[in-house]
Design a protein around this ligand. Structure first.
Ligand SMILES: NC(=O)c1ccc[n+]([C@@H]2O[C@H](COP(=O)([O-])OP(=O)(O)OC[C@H]3O[C@@H](n4cnc5c(N)ncnc54)[C@H](OP(=O)(O)O)[C@@H]3O)[C@@H](O)[C@H]2O)c1
Length: 162
């Protein structure tokens, strides 16, 4: 079982604007689906609320301090530790799918990152990855998703700082 962050970032590390993804690339959506299907995904309540319904063929976990942050449509857990306990009992991988608060909370626990580079500089973006999010990780694969997009795969090479 591995814990893997999967994110799409623009040239300035932006990931969101006005509570939404500020772009739509079908090649990246397809890649995201192919990569995560059959596994568990964990997301923050804000990201959950942008989906409308659970992601198909995946165990959907929503991180929220509210007792039923996902209105019975997904597993709601109140903290990172409880997600890690559940993930430890799974034979599948756990994909951390955002948003910013959840990436930050899981950062010390990630074994790998999958990062799609979006060739844009989104104006007035309001949600960003921290500049050091790939610290301690090393690139091991680059995959071209279409003419414009590529996904980069990173694995952890040094322990996360406490
Ligand atoms: N580019 C990408 O790949 C990508 C991927 C995903 C999302 N996004 C974008 O990111 C933005 C949303 O990010 P966000 O940071 O605002 O929201 P978020 O991380 O999706 O959700 C935040 C909420 O999740 C819960 N949460 C987060 N960390 C927690 C913890 N450690 N313990 C308990 N609960 C926790 C809290 O819910 P409660 O308030 O219920 O306690 C918190 O208010 C949107 O614009 C979205 O489109 C981009």
């Amino acid at each position: 079982m591995a814990i893997i962050g999967i994110v799409a970032i623009d040239r300035n590390l932006a990931i969101g604007k006005d509570g939404k993804l500020p772009w739509h690339y079908s090649s990246d959506m397809k890649f995201f689906k192919q990569t995560t299907v059959g596994n568990a995904v964990v997301m923050g309540r804000h990201t959950w609320e942008t989906l409308g319904s659970p992601l198909k063929d995946r165990m959907n976990i929503v991180l929220s301090s509210r007792t039923d942050g996902a209105s019975g449509k997904a597993v709601t857990l109140p903290n990172v530790r409880s997600v890690l306990n559940l993930a430890g009992a799974l034979t599948r991988d756990l994909y951390v799918i955002g948003g910013a608060k959840v990436y930050q909370a899981f950062l010390p626990h990630l074994n790998r990152w999958i990062v799609t580079e979006i060739p844009l500089s989104v104006e007035d973006a309001d949600t960003f990855m921290p500049s050091n999010f790939l610290e301690g990780f090393e690139l091991y694969e680059v995959r071209q998703l279409d003419d414009e997009l590529r996904a980069k795969f990173y694995e952890r090479v040094s322990e996360a700082r406490p």
